[in-house]
Design a protein around this ligand. Structure first.
Ligand code: FAD
Length: 460
């Protein structure tokens, strides 16, 4: 009958609308859960961050802990403020001034472990404890951020090996043959100890002149900002502290910088690079440009020219290389860095991001810099908090390198500075950027202490 037909039509309309309303309701609930970062069962979703360097540490701070369970996995339980690391290698400031424990970031879980492999299908990371390589465990993630940085590049030179990935809770920081890298706190500590050891050995009545000369030859391989800053810090130490505490040796030391390119500080403008080269000449720092180290032996390095250069301490700072861990992952790499899109998402992997030195944005290759990693960590944190995917925009703040007390060079957007003004800019910038109030207090205290009372020359 017509009445029955009408009833059927009304029912089918009702069903149609009920279905639509249900779909819209589910969609709204899903949207709401995703905007709060929670699963539909009300559980917070878990973001795992690998590494607590410039990128990982900043991200861990910015992420909204009310929305996400944040877990950080890193073999080192602290962040290192790398721009001031060369200053610690001669005792201008103490190691505590440049580190910040990751556990001071409120509301996170932390495991002192190294990630070994990642099962992207199961969304699981296999890690091993730094206290026992055989203690392995898995951590599940909903979103993963890889921020593991890089290791020192050895260029396969015989006698130069980095054990930076052989991570233990008690790394020595010493390479064989008294060669040191300068990337971690333990490296700076070993360099400092070795420099003092060389002066104490050279002070011994049993040390002949030739051995003295060797022990007091400080060789720096690489002419980039880290090498220049270390050479300058070393110069201050030799000029002020060695002259005071080892007066007999004050005229017997020699600092040599070996750089394969034509100039020091090749990434800076010509004017600033020349300024540094002139400064080094006036400081009696020998610069060997167009020269490279072919082999490192126990007491000498062999140069490309065939000359053997005896040394007491050799600091190797020739750039970075990808970690074996990164190489082992099933990911697309470009020059050893994980390829990410403009939103920092890893190519072809669901809910996986990479930031900092280990990542390379397609069509926007950025230098391996703290300011890049820091900006990416902050940016990604904000995007994840808002559940947005936006393209990352880098704000270049310029480059600076300090040349010891009262001197520096700064290649800034609004101009180039050198001398005292650059030095004030350098100190102000890095003091401002230091990550905790305690370090903001400690850093100027040690600057003042070293200036007035000298650096500590105890060997520990
Ligand atoms: P990193 O800061 O290197 O952090 C990597 C993190 O990953 C570490 O916590 C590490 O323990 C962890 N990790 C390693 N392996 C694993 C693993 N398997 N699983 C989990 N975690 C792992 N840049 C500037 O812009 N200005 C400067 O003045 C400046 N000075 C520098 C001075 C020195 C001496 C050095 C070494 C670097 C300097 N840089 C500077 C460069 C800057 O430090 C790097 O670009 C920056 O540290 C990169 O940050 P990141 O987070 O990518 O990696």
């Amino acid at each position: 009958s017509a009445e029955e037909d009408l009833q059927v039509t009304v029912n089918s309309f009702n069903n149609f609308f009920a279905e639509k309303i249900d779909k819209i309701r589910v969609m709204f609930i899903q949207r709401w859960f995703s905007s709060t970062g929670r699963h539909s069962n009300g559980m917070k979703s878990r973001i795992v961050i690998l590494g607590c360097g410039w990128g990982g540490f900043r991200l861990a701070r910015v992420l909204d802990k009310k929305k996400f369970d944040v877990t950080v996995i890193s073999p080192r339980n602290h962040f290192v403020f790398t721009p001031l690391l060369p200053s610690t290698a001669v005792g201008t400031i103490e190691f505590r001034c440049v580190q910040e424990p990751i556990r001071t970031v409120k509301g996170i879980d932390y495991y002192q472990a190294a990630s070994k492999t990642i099962d992207f299908g199961k969304k699981e990371i296999l890690c091993h404890s730094v206290y026992d390589n055989s203690s392995e465990f898995s951590v599940r993630y909903d979103k993963l951020v890889i921020a593991v940085g890089t290791k020192s590049n050895t260029f396969g030179v015989p006698g130069v090996e980095t054990d930076e990935e052989n991570i233990t809770h008690n790394p020595s920081g010493t390479n064989k043959h008294n060669l040191f890298f300068l990337k971690q706190i333990e490296h700076a500590r070993s360099i400092r100890n070795r420099i003092i050891e060389c002066f104490e050995r050279a002070s011994s009545p049993f040390c002949d002149e030739e051995e003295k000369k060797r022990l007091l030859t400080f060789l720096i391989v690489g002419g980039g900002p880290t090498s220049i800053e270390f050479a300058s810090e070393l110069y201050d130490f030799l000029k002020n502290d060695v002259a005071k505490w080892y007066p007999d040796l004050a005229s017997k030391h020699q600092t040599i910088v070996v750089e394969a390119g034509d100039h020091l500080l090749g990434s800076f403008s010509d004017t600033l690079s020349k300024y540094v080269e002139k400064k080094f000449v006036s400081r009696n720092i020998l610069t060997l440009t167009g020269e490279s180290v072919q082999e490192v032996k126990e007491h000498s390095v062999i140069l490309k020219s065939g000359n053997a250069l005896p040394y007491g301490v050799c600091v190797w700072s020739t750039g970075n290389k990808e970690l074996d861990f990164v190489k082992s992952l099933d990911l697309k790499l470009d020059r050893g860095r994980i390829v990410v899109d403009s939103c920092l998402r890893v190519d072809g992997k669901d809910s996986v991001y990479a930031i900092g030195d280990c990542a390379r944005i397609q069509n926007l290759p950025l230098a391996m810099l703290a300011q890049v990693a820091n900006q990416q960590g902050k940016f990604l944190g904000k995007c994840l908090n808002k559940d947005e995917n936006l393209p990352f925009r880098y704000i270049n703040m310029g480059s600076m390198a300090q040349l010891g007390t009262y001197d520096a060079v700064a290649d800034l957007n609004y101009g180039k500075l050198s001398g005292l003004s650059a030095f004030i800019a350098w100190r102000t910038a890095y003091w401002t950027y230091s990550v905790s109030i305690s370090n903001k207090l400690l850093i100027p205290m040690y600057w003042f202490k070293s200036y007035w009372f000298g650096r500590d020359i105890s060997r520990f």
